[in-house]
Design a protein around this ligand. Structure first.
Ligand code: NAD
Ligand code: TDX
Length: 347
């Protein structure tokens, strides 16, 4: 058995990672620690709910002492996804981001050392590099760290604490920095699920500013395959940029594609006030992980976007429950008296 502790496994990327591990690593035994904030939803894992290799512990990464007894090491791998992840929320409420993303990461690094850990993966973001002008070269792992939102600043601090744990204590840390992900089970406050579900319901599509900001879209399974490689074969202390499968598009171009796939009119697009400090362009140079670990993205936007729209078409029950708030009762219904882990109440 290979023991994996995954944090944030009830969120978008983490739940897809857990599903991938169960599918591709028959010897994996997984504990998923998640606080179930508004962004955490165990319905994202409903299809693997009964798998005996997967155990859920409700817990706060910033209060590891409240659940450590339910997740004793040693661990072969700790993969730290849990975070506050939405830029707009970080502008309104930065302190929550510091608690979860900064304190929470330090507590997870301490937990990994105390329990024993083969490799610790810090799941980071390209947003730590700041923004690019249209003609700038892509971000490399040597680009300066210049975060522009409280979210990005908190993730930069987390990455640096992970590096410090490697240098100071010799914890085997590998850090990944990925561009914008898309795929199943993304919370519909984020751009693509918000726009697809709104368009399906003939609701307006709120585009920040001129809509010409560029993102470097990557399918969540390609991201998770890179994380798996980084965990199993990554170099201690390495930073791996992940992204860039011909995925650079303006927000408006993405919207036009979505509307055309759905057969909906462009009159649904509404330009609204811009996000404060809005990063203009992200673009990722993934040459290090390609050369060192042989990672290659496999899903192009041309195939991935229609498949994503189809997923939202066929999973209306899932996103109806998320948008209506009904998903919040799922954990209590499924787990009832087995409320373990302590932690703070879900926000
Ligand atoms: P998400 O918001 O969908 O999920 C976050 C999960 O973490 C949720 O299940 C939530 O309940 C849990 N969580 C939040 N606070 C917690 C706490 N204090 N203790 C325990 N659990 C807590 O986020 P996501 O989009 O899946 O992102 C996962 C990770 O990947 C984050 O670290 C994010 O910064 C990073 N990332 C995301 C993207 C992207 O495009 N979404 C790109 C690059 C990196
Ligand atoms: O309503 C909207 N209208 C709009 O124009 C929303 C929610 C977003 N946007 C724009 C802002 C961005 O230019 O769409 C783009 C994508 O926005 P988000 O989905 O909020 O993603 P972004 O800010 O790019 O950050 C994402 O990628 C990096 C994730 O949320 C982060 O967690 C990840 O680290």
């Amino acid at each position: 058995m290979t023991r994996w502790l995954v944090t944030g496994g009830a969120g978008f990327i983490g739940s897809n990672f857990v599903r991938m591990l169960l599918r591709e690593r028959p010897d994996a035994e997984i504990v998923n620690v998640d606080l179930l904030t508004y962004a955490g939803n165990l319905e994202n894992l409903a299809d693997v709910e009964g798998d005996p290799r997967l155990r859920f512990v409700r817990g706060d990464v910033a209060a590891t002492e409240t659940w450590a007894a339910e997740a004793r090491g040693p661990w072969d791998f700790v993969v730290h996804f849990a975070a506050e992840s939405h830029v707009d929320r970080s502008i309104e409420d930065p302190v929550t981001f510091l608690r979860t993303n900064v304190t929470g990461t330090q507590r997870m690094l301490d937990f990994a050392r105390a329990e024993g850990c083969g490799t610790y993966v810090q799941v980071g973001t390209d947003e730590v590099y700041g923004t690019l002008a249209p003609e700038d070269p892509s971000f490399t792992i040597d680009s300066p760290i210049r975060p522009n939102s409280p979210y990005a600043a908190s993730k930069a601090a987390a990455d640096l604490l992970a590096r410090a744990a490697w240098r100071t204590h010799g914890l085997r840390v590998v850090t990944t920095r990925c561009s914008n992900n898309y795929g199943p089970y993304q919370f519909p406050e984020k751009f693509l699920p918000l726009m697809i579900t709104n368009a399906m319901a003939d609701l307006p599509l709120p585009v920040y500013g001129d809509g010409l900001q560029v993102r470097d879209w990557l399918h969540v399974d390609d991201h998770n395959r890179a994380i798996l490689l980084a965990a199993e074969r990554g170099r201690a202390g390495a930073v791996y940029n992940i992204g860039g499968h011909d995925g650079e598009r303006t927000n408006l171009a993405m919207l036009r594609d979505i509307l055309s796939i759905l057969g909906k009119p462009e009159s649904l697009i509404r330009h609204v006030e811009d996000r404060k400090g809005h990063d203009r362009r992200y673009s990722i140079d993934s040459s290090v992980i390609r050369a060192e670990l042989g990672w290659e993205p496999t899903v192009t936007l041309e195939e991935g976007l229609p498949a994503l729209v189809e997923w939202y078409r066929s999973h209306r029950a899932w996103w109806d429950r998320v948008k209506s708030g009904a998903y919040r009762g799922y954990y209590e219904k499924m787990y009832g008296a087995r409320l373990g882990g302590g932690g703070s109440p879900a926000r």
